[in-house]
Design a protein. Structure first.
Length: 145
């Protein structure tokens, strides 16, 4: 398990976590196998957890007046992190484009960790806040420039 956990140390949401802390967090995770063309999450449905890509490739798609590919995610990328702090609906669809594996951290057990004052869960939330702050700053810069 250690070798597997060490690879997750590179996930930005886990920055600063010790391998044992990551192992503890992964105890609530679900393993998901995804095949090409599987829809992992669907836009406008309730968020129920966040996902880390262990293997494979996935596309983020936005429906609307025109269907648009927002990005491609591969190993150690993550998505759905907002569902850990908000019950808002998913803002995009994520579809598997190359067979893969995912770790899903479900919202409910993660919220329970927060309620219990679990320091690892709080470290993940702090990392999420830092990541969102960087995204917001980058978005502001694109608007100004």
């Amino acid at each position: 398990m250690t070798e597997y956990t060490e690879s997750f140390e590179k996930v930005p949401l886990f920055e600063g976590l010790a391998p044992t802390e990551i192992q503890d967090l992964l105890k609530i995770a679900e393993d998901i196998e995804a095949k090409k063309s599987d829809t992992v999450v669907l836009q406008d449905t309730p968020g129920d957890g966040f996902y880390i890509i262990s293997a494979g490739a996935f596309e983020v798609l936005k429906s609307g007046n025109r269907n648009e590919v927002l990005g491609r995610l591969e190993q150690l990328s993550f998505f759905g992190e907002m569902s850990l702090i908000s019950s808002e609906k998913r803002s995009a669809t994520v579809m598997c484009v190359e067979d893969g594996r995912l770790k899903k951290i479900p919202s409910e057990p993660f919220s329970k960790l927060l309620d219990e004052g679990n320091i690892v869960a709080y470290k993940v939330i702090l990392n999420m806040a830092r990541i969102l702050a960087k995204r917001l700053a980058a978005s502001d810069n694109r608007l100004v420039n």
